[in-house]
Write a protein that binds this ligand. Structure first.
Ligand SMILES: [Fe+2]
Ligand SMILES: [Fe+2]
Length: 165
């Protein structure tokens, strides 16, 4: 199996898009939708983690010209993280569940397209084959320690706990 970093990340994107397509199928029960959204949240949590922990910091230091692309991507991850956290705390019968999932999907589709079309090609151009293989191995190692569910930041968790108790 290839450990080329960009090949690995694009494979993740493919898996995510497959779940997005599954969500869009008409006439599904809340139970079916909940299952798909749970899978989406897990895929995105792991993928965002390995990009945040490995891909983005490495690209930022190895290819300083891509700094703006990396910073914009961190912000897009942040928006997706907030939506994922809110969805994780929501039930599929909630009237806002479908709308929030749709907004998440639109955001992530835009973000993945930007990565694939705008700056991953520049990363491939800027880094050698060997560097991309090493980066891929680091991504695989990070995947093993990645969280599987959106984590609530402690400040938000405290606020929610205060409301609940
Ligand atoms: Fe990303
Ligand atoms: Fe990505």
């Amino acid at each position: 199996m290839s450990t080329d970093a960009i090949v690995l990340l694009k494979q993740d994107h493919k898996d995510v898009r497959e779940q997005f397509r599954a969500f869009r199928k008409p006439d599904q029960t809340p139970v079916q939708k909940q299952k798909i959204v749970d899978t989406i949240l897990e895929l995105l949590t792991v993928h965002t983690y390995i990009e945040n922990e490995v891909m983005y910091p490495r690209v930022r230091s190895l290819l300083p010209d891509l700094e703006d692309d990396v910073l914009e991507s961190y912000e897009e991850h942040h928006v997706a993280d907030v939506l994922c956290m809110e969805l994780a705390a929501m039930d599929a019968t909630d009237e806002r569940f479908d709308a929030k999932t749709t907004v998440l999907i639109e955001n992530v589709e835009h973000h993945m397209a930007e990565e694939e079309q705008d700056w991953f090609p520049k990363v491939r151009e800027g880094l050698g084959r060997k560097q991309l293989q090493e980066l891929g191995e680091e991504l695989l190692a990070a995947r093993k320690r990645a969280p599987r569910r959106p984590e609530q930041p402690s400040a938000m968790k405290k606020a929610i706990d205060a409301v609940v108790s």
